[in-house]
Design a protein around this ligand. Structure first.
Ligand code: NAG
Ligand code: NAG
Ligand code: NAG
Ligand code: NAG
Ligand code: NAG
Ligand code: NAG
Ligand code: NAG
Ligand code: NAG
Ligand code: NAG
Length: 467
């Protein structure tokens, strides 16, 4: 048995000698060399730390003791979703059917280029050591989650030192669940973690990590009038340039748009992407700002309903802070999707909601809403509660950088004094009602987010979905 297996592998590799893609095996220098692109890919590319930390140390201030930590995280690096893949495949078919020799920035295609999606079953999925295109890929969702777990232990481990059995919460999307499981694997063998899998179905109502999914009133076509004003000339410029350099190639604007997703997801799957090098710096800025605009008006402060959607989770996290003194469990870790995190940040008020983004031009000076900074793959929003002498304080950390509350940052490490924080939260939540504002009653009768409190009797185990 063993012998024949060994032969199967060896004989196959000998038979294939002529076909070994030496070109791609020689790409070792490129792997991990393209971090500069990550902030321009709308959050589809690999994880990176929040670029603006104002110089604030993320260490717990000297003389203070942690009393509670919460985390809302995104799944890790992944392959494209089915709908994202459609556009990528369309562009790839045109490019792969081209019979001429490639010229200009596409010339890398002349050298045994291997397309980064080899199995349809990888779509929607986390990238892992096993399904990666390259064994050296440093950006798998799997490694990101495991590294995150170790960073969590390094920073907050004292809270679980004597409390090694605690639940972790995840939505029932397979990639989100996989991320939570990889995180648990990364914690090591000393922990016993009952993973709670919360359904994303609209029937979950308010008892969900994906409130937007339970919000029939949310509409993707809202603010279409604003968004349609953003110029897509840069896409035409890209397509024209590539078509001019390669006579007979006929890429469209939507193909040009798909190349940005190709770049992002190929980084996740392979550790580098030659297609990223096709764009000029200006084109990356126009694309990136386009993703900011869409996100701002569909999932951020540019859409009033978002504050009500994010209120569902924010309200529950405030309650956990208020009850922390009476709870044995000091860490509350949850995994979900990017838009749910953006909704949550919007309600908290950690993103600027005092002025709208302009679709007429890229507003460099008045532009703080960078989608990719908030929700790169593997994004993580921590809420820290700590005590310094007699007082308690609350502070947020977005992707490794302290994010002070603009109007409440007088505490140690630019934190917000506990009671002032509750006042602040009350003001933010004033007038918001997720259940009513979203019209949830037409899909569910669940009015409360209860899983943080009833997980040990309910035991959440929703079946996984590939989306
Ligand atoms: C190009 O190739 C793909 C498969 O390789 C094929 O399905 C497609 O029809 C071809 N033609 C065009 C115009 O995309
Ligand atoms: C955990 O337990 C040990 C032994 O009882 C104790 O020394 C330590 O202070 C405890 N850690 C925390 C964070 O309570
Ligand atoms: C290659 O592209 C350049 C422009 O970058 C163009 O001047 C040249 O004619 C192209 N060569 C071929 C063979 O198409
Ligand atoms: C290029 O594609 C467009 C549609 O995107 C089509 O109308 C046009 O005929 C094509 N041109 C060539 C030369 O194939
Ligand atoms: C921003 O735009 C939205 C949608 O058009 C609008 O409802 C809101 O009042 C605007 N906010 C500000 C601060 O101008
Ligand atoms: C917050 O939760 C409480 C119950 O704990 C509920 O009464 C209140 O309506 C909720 N507020 C919002 C804005 O969701
Ligand atoms: C949400 O939907 C409900 C039921 O469809 C409707 O009565 C309500 O006015 C809507 N609210 C908003 C803010 O659109
Ligand atoms: C479930 O957890 C809550 C809060 O953590 C606790 O008060 C309760 O006793 C637990 N119930 C069971 C059956 O373990
Ligand atoms: C969840 O657990 C319940 C009770 O143990 C069981 O009846 C149900 O089949 C489980 N559902 C899934 C999807 O595993």
């Amino acid at each position: 048995m063993f012998k024949s297996l060994a032969c199967a592998i060896l004989c196959a590799s000998l038979a294939n000698t002529a076909a070994i893609p030496l070109g791609s095996l020689a790409d070792v220098d490129q792997i991990g060399s393209q971090q500069g692109f990550f902030p321009f890919l709308g959050g589809s590319g690999p994880y990176f730390s929040f670029p603006a930390n104002y110089g604030i140390s993320a260490d717990i201030p000297v003389g203070c003791t942690l009393t509670q930590v919460q985390m809302i995280g995104r799944h890790g690096e992944r392959y494209p979703t089915r709908s994202e893949a459609e556009g990528i495949f369309e562009a790839w078919y045109k490019i792969s059917n081209y019979t001429g020799k490639y010229n200009g920035s596409l010339s890398f295609l002349n050298y045994q280029y291997e397309f980064f999606i080899s199995h349809e079953s990888d779509l929607e999925m986390e990238t892992t050591l096993e399904n990666s295109m390259d064994v050296l890929n440093p950006y798998t969702g799997e490694m990101n989650a495991k590294r995150h777990a170790r960073e969590f232990l390094a920073r907050y481990g004292q809270l679980v030192e004597n409390y090694t059995s605690f639940p972790i919460f995840t939505s029932n999307s397979k990639r989100v669940h996989d991320t939570a499981q990889f995180f648990i694997d990364g914690l090591g063998n000393n922990f016993n973690i009952p993973l709670q899998t919360i359904s994303e179905a609209p029937s979950s109502g308010a008892n969900t990590l994906t409130a937007k999914g339970s919000c029939p009133n949310w509409s993707s076509s809202v603010n279409g009038d604003v968004l349609s004003k953003y110029s897509s000339d840069y896409l035409e410029i890209i397509a024209n340039r590539l078509n001019r350099e390669n006579k007979g190639l006929n890429l469209s604007k939507s193909d040009a748009n798909a190349l940005f997703s190709w770049c992002a997801f190929e980084l996740n799957a392979k550790g580098y992407s030659n297609i990223c090098e096709v764009f000029t710096a200006e084109e990356l800025i126009y694309y990136s700002y386009g993703t900011d605009l869409t996100s701002f008006y569909q999932n951020g402060p540019g859409y009033n309903l978002i504050k009500s959607i994010g209120a569902n989770l924010f309200n529950a996290t405030v309650k956990l802070l208020q009850e922390s003194a009476h709870m044995d469990q000091k860490v509350w870790l949850s995994f979900t999707h990017d838009s749910d995190i953006l909704n949550y940040l919007t309600t908290i008020g950690l993103v600027d909601d005092t002025r709208n983004l302009s679709a007429a031009h890229v507003p460099f000076r008045d532009h703080t809403y960078h989608k990719s900074w908030y929700i790169p793959q593997g994004a993580r929003i921590y809420t820290e509660k700590f005590q310094c002498s007699k007082e308690s304080y609350v502070r947020y950390v977005i992707n490794d950088a302290v994010a002070p509350i603009e109007t409440c940052s007088g505490g140690p490490g630019f934190s917000c004094q506990e009671n002032q924080f509750y006042e602040y939260a009350k003001e933010r939540l004033e007038g918001l009602n997720f259940y009513e504002d979203c019209g949830v009653s037409s899909v569910s009768h669940q009015r409360e987010l209860s899983f943080y409190w009833d997980w040990n009797t309910t035991k959440y185990n929703a079946s996984l979905v590939d989306e």
